[in-house]
Design a protein around this ligand. Structure first.
Ligand code: FES
Length: 491
C-alpha cells in the first residue's frame, strides 16, 4: 500500500506493507540515525519527531505515519557539499553541525553514541518549545531515551549549553574535572591539605561540586604541572560521526549477498534431542545452510571469557544434543532473507525427550535434583551433581570485627532475580572472509579480544593456538593474517 508523508522537509511516497514498522521503513529509506534498539518502546533509541513530537518508531506501523511530517537527525544539520565532517569549528550559520551536536561533542556527552541521535531530537523538540529550559526540564525531555554508558549529567549540560548558544549568549570553554592524585576511588570526605588549590564559591565541605549533578568532584590534592593533554578536554575521534547518527553500528551494516542467520531455540527447560530432521529446511529455496549439533565440532568453552586464563567452567558447546533452558540453541539457519530463514526454522522437526527441570536455585542444589550438566566432557564444573557451576569465595577485611563494631546488625535472607543490563543495541554480528582470506567479525562488543579468544577455537582458526593472552593473540593474528576482528561499540 502507498502512503504519503513529509520526511525531513520533502514530500515522499512509500510503498509499505501493512505490518511494516515505521522503524524498518525509515531505515530502508536510509535514515540510519534511527537506531534499532529494544523493539519494545523502552529504550527510545529509535525515536524521531513526528509532527514535532518525540515518538518511538519500533512500536508504530509505517502506515500510521500517513500524512505526517517526520524529522530525523539527518535533518538537524544536513550534509553540505564540500564540507568535511570534522570541520568542528566552521563559522555559523554554515557550520556542518547544529549547536546541539557541537555541545554534545564539546561536553563529552557522547560515548558509544547509540542513544545520541534520539537524545538530540528530544533536546531539539524541547528547545523548539522552550528556548530557556532549566535543568529539570531538560532531564524530563531526554528521560525517555536510555543511555547505557554516558549517563545524563553530560547530555543535560550539553543541552543547557546549546540552549544558551542558540539564545546568542556566550558560553565559557568546557572544563573537565581535575584528576585526583591517588585515584578516583578515594571519595571519602576529608579536609583538604594545606596546599589544595582554591575552590570555587559553590564548594562543599572543601570539595568542588558539579552544579548539574550536585556530586562532589575529585580533588586535586597536589599541585599539577602544566600539561598539554592530561587534565584537558579532548574531543573523541569518532564524535562527529556519532553526533550525526552515521551508520557505524553492526546492525546498520549490510553487505552485498549477505546471508541472514536465525536460531531455532528450545521450548523446554531441560530435554535431550532424540532426533532432528532438517531436510525440508535445507531444501527450501534461498536457504544456504542448516546446522545442528551433528554438523559442528564439539568444543567446550566458557561464554563469559572476561579474562585470561578464562575462568571455569567450560560447560558449553556451540550446538548440543541437550538443551538446558527455554531458549537454548537447537539449530541455526543461514538464508538469503530473514523471512526465508524464519520459514526454514518452521520446517525443522525436533523430537525431544523432555527431562525434569530445576527451576529454583536452592532446590537445584539438593541431593537427587535433576542434573543439568551430566556431560562427561565439561571442564571445571565445581559440583555438577548438585548443579553448582562455579564457586567464588571473597573475603574483605575482618568480618567479625566489623559486626562487633557496628551500631546495628541485620540478619535476613535476600534474593535477587537475574539481571540483564540495558544493552539497547541488539546483540548482532556480521562476518565475512575478506580479500586476504581473513575472517572479519564485526559485532556489538566493547572488547574484540575476548570475542576472538572465545570464537577462534570454536572455528578452529589458526590464531586460536596462539591465544595465550589477549596481546599474544593479537600479535599472532597479525602475524599469520588469518583472523581479524572489528568492533562496532566504541566505549
Ligand atoms: Fe548513550 Fe552510549 S552514549 S548509549
Amino acid at each position: 500500500m502507498h502512503i504519503h508523508l513529509t520526511l525531513n522537509g520533502e514530500q515522499t511516497t512509500w510503498d509499505t506493507a501493512p505490518h511494516e514498522l515505521l522503524l524498518t521503513a525509515l531505515r530502508r529509506a536510509g535514515m540510519w540515525s534511527v537506531k534499532h534498539g529494544c523493539e519494545t518502546g523502552e529504550c527510545g533509541a529509535c525515536a524521531v519527531l513526528l509532527d514535532g513530537k518525540l515518538i518511538n518508531t519500533c512500536t508504530r506501523l509505517a502506515v500510521q505515519a500517513h500524512g505526517a511530517a517526520i524529522e530525523t537527525l539527518e535533518h538537524l544539520a544536513p550534509d553540505q557539499p564540500g564540507r568535511r565532517d570534522n570541520d568542528l569549528h566552521a563559522p555559523s550559520p554554515q557550520a556542518t553541525l547544529h549547536p546541539l551536536q557541537r555541545a554534545f561533542i564539546e561536553t563529552g556527552a557522547i560515548q558509544c553514541g547509540f542513544c545520541t541521535p534520539a537524545q538530540l531530537l528530544a533536546a531539539k523538540a524541547l528547545l523548539d518549545q522552550n528556548s530557556e529550559p532549566d535543568e529539570a526540564q531538560v532531564r524530563e525531555a531526554i528521560a525517555g531515551v536510555l543511555c547505557r554508558c554516558t549517563g545524563y549529567a553530560r547530555p543535560v549540560q550539553a543541552v543547557l549549553r546549546a540552549a544558551a548558544q542558540l539564545r546568542g549568549e556566550p558560553v565559557p570553554p568546557v572544563e573537565m574535572p581535575a584528576i585526583t592524585v591517588g585515584g578516583l576511588a578515594d571519595q571519602q570526605p576529608h579536609a583538604p591539605p594545606d596546599d589544595t588549590p582554591e575552590f570555587p564559591d559553590d564548594s562543599f565541605g572543601g570539595r568542588p561540586v558539579d552544579t548539574l549533578t550536585r556530586t562532589r568532584l575529585p580533588v586535586m590534592v597536589v599541585a599539577q604541572p602544566e600539561t598539554h593533554v592530561v587534565n584537558k578536554a579532548e574531543t573523541k575521534v569518532d564524535a562527529v560521526k556519532l553526533a550525526k547518527g552515521r551508520p557505524v553500528f553492526t546492525d546498520d551494516m549490510t553487505l552485498p549477498g549477505m546471508l541472514h542467520a536465525a536460531l531455532l531455540t528450545s521450548p523446554h527447560a531441560h530435554a535431550r534431542i532424540r532426533s532432528i530432521e532438517v531436510a525440508a529446511a535445507r531444501a527450501l529455496e534461498g536457504v544456504h545452510a542448516v546446522l545442528t549439533h551433528q554438523d559442528v565440532s564439539r568444543v567446550m568453552y566458557a561464554s563469559g571469557g572476561q579474562s585470561y586464563p578464562q575462568p571455569h567452567p567450560y560447560d558449553q558447546v556451540s550446538l548440543d544434543s541437550k538443551v538446558r533452558h527455554v531458549g537454548d540453541r537447537v539449530a541455526v539457519v543461514a538464508a538469503e532473507t530473514p523471512e526465508i530463514a524464519q520459514r526454514a526454522l518452521a520446517l525443522i522437526e525436533v523430537d525431544y525427550d523432555v527431562l525434569p527441570a530445576v527451576l529454583d536455585p536452592l532446590a537445584a542444589m539438593q541431593e537427587g535434583a535433576p542434573q543439568i550438566h551430566d556431560e562427561a566432557d565439561a571442564v571445571g564444573i565445581h559440583d555438577a551433581a548438585h548443579n553448582r557451576s562455579h564457586h567464588i569465595h571473597v573475603k574483605h577485611g575482618d568480618l567479625e570485627k566489623g559486626f562487633a563494631e557496628a551500631a546495628w546488625t541485620f540478619e535476613h535472607e535476600y534474593r535477587v532475580h537475574q539481571v540483564q543490563q540495558a544493552a539497547i543495541e541488539p546483540h548482532a554480528c556480521i562476518t565475512y572472509w575478506d580479500e586476504d582470506d581473513r575472517l572479519v567479525v564485526r559485532t556489538s562488543t566493547q572488547v574484540p579480544f575476548h570475542v576472538r579468544r572465545i570464537i577462534a577455537p570454536l572455528l578452529a582458526c589458526p590464531c586460536a593456538a596462539s591465544a595465550s593472552s589477549s596481546r599474544a593473540s593479537a600479535v599472532a593474528s597479525a602475524a599469520n593474517r588469518k583472523c581479524s576482528w572489528r568492533t562496532s561499540a566504541h566505549i
